[in-house]
Design a protein. Sequence first.
Length: 82
Amino acid sequence: MTFANVDIKLKIGQRIKELREKQEMSQKDLAYAADLDRSYIASIENGQRNVSVINVEKIAIALGITMKEFFKSKDFENTSTN
């Protein structure tokens, strides 16, 4: 399976950054709320980390959204090819 256009790590990182900035949160604020390190949040947002589902859920909770809402983005639609 391949991904169109952008690597999945980048898509997740961009989505986290988008949601974080929408709520006017700093990386430090998000890291504290999610009980994660700020540098870890930065590396996820930059697409440098292969983030676990557990940590995506922690981040979603810290952002006050569900996992469904987190992945409800055009960036996560039709990502596979046959």
